[in-house]
Design a protein around this ligand. Structure first.
Ligand SMILES: Nc1ncnc2c1ncn2[C@@H]1O[C@H](COP(=O)(O)OP(=O)(O)OP(=O)(O)O)[C@@H](O)[C@H]1O
Length: 263
């Protein structure tokens, strides 16, 4: 369980996070939607230990995180550019976290092979990162994170550089694999559709203030998410493209209608 209480952060005299509190149970994915500059990255950096808050507390499974250095927090922070070792194969990139933990060779082979299959990367196992597409590199980076079973996965617009179709496929894959592995994560995004696809919990960050939504319906109806406006835009387009055919009417009915109008 992650507990964030009354977290605030200023840069110089600019408030960037204001009194943020949240609670995330194990296995939940909190999707945080927000526009550019709202403080999403700063929130993730504080969780990862890369920035310190001015005020507030952070606990993970009851442990106070603030004194814990980033490399001991057992979190992984993924962002748009996948960080891979260029000289290692896909297999060895994913295996890396197990090798430094001195896991036995036979176990490494089993875990990495299984995970590569889940991430649809088996046929690319021996390739170097430069021989992969952007979506494949991002899947390797996800595999590197999953293999060490992080206590918290932090994702900062991880699919932002991918084309729309690859992005949709990655969102589905992320949702499926993180559910299977029971990974607790915070996923920040500009894209409301992405938030709805990946999030089991939903939040909106605006000028450093986090709103948490109890239901998907609340999220959809909040005008800041822009979803209701977008739905009505598509409905209008559909109506224009496929106007409802006027039901065939008898002359009498039409006459009656025009009479009524005249009255
Ligand atoms: N190290 C820093 N020093 C000073 N100001 C900073 C620093 N880091 C971030 N900021 C400011 O804090 C605000 C929030 O930045 P942050 O990177 O958290 O935004 P974001 O929501 O992730 O935006 P984007 O989606 O564009 O990356 C911005 O106005 C930014 O200029």
């Amino acid at each position: 369980m992650l507990l964030v209480s009354h977290l605030s952060k200023h840069f110089h005299d600019q408030p960037v996070l204001r009194d943020i509190s949240l609670r995330l149970a194990e296995g939940e994915v909190l999707a945080v939607l927000g526009r550019s500059g709202c403080g999403k990255t700063t929130l993730l950096k504080i969780l990862a230990g890369l920035e310190t808050p001015d005020t507030g507390t952070l606990t993970l499974h009851g442990q106070d995180l603030l004194p814990v250095p980033p490399n001991e927090r057992q979190m992984v922070y993924l962002y748009q550019e996948p960080l891979l070792f260029p000289h290692l194969s896909v297999f060895e990139n994913v295996a890396f976290g197990l090798r430094i933990r001195k896991v036995k060779e036979v176990e490494i082979k089993r875990q990495v092979t299984d995970l590569l299959a889940e991430l649809e990367l088996s046929e690319h196992a021996q390739k170097a990162p430069h021989q992969l597409s952007g979506g494949q590199r991002q899947r390797v980076s996800f595999g590197r994170a999953l293999i060490i079973r992080p206590r918290l996965l932090l994702l900062d617009e991880p699919f932002g550089n991918l084309d729309a179709q690859t992005r949709t496929a990655m969102q589905e894959l992320f949702g499926r694999v993180s559910r299977q592995h029971g990974i607790t994560s915070i996923f920040v995004t500009h894209d409301s559709r992405e938030a709805l696809t990946v999030g089991s919990r939903l939040g909106y960050l605006e000028r450093g203030v986090l709103t948490s939504f109890a239901t998907v319906a609340e999220f959809i109806q909040d005008p800041r998410t822009n979803i209701a406006a977008e739905l009505s835009f598509w409905e209008n387009i559909q109506r224009t493209a496929n106007p409802t055919p006027t039901p065939p009417q008898k002359g009498g009915a039409l006459v009656l209608e025009s009479k009524n109008l005249e009255n």
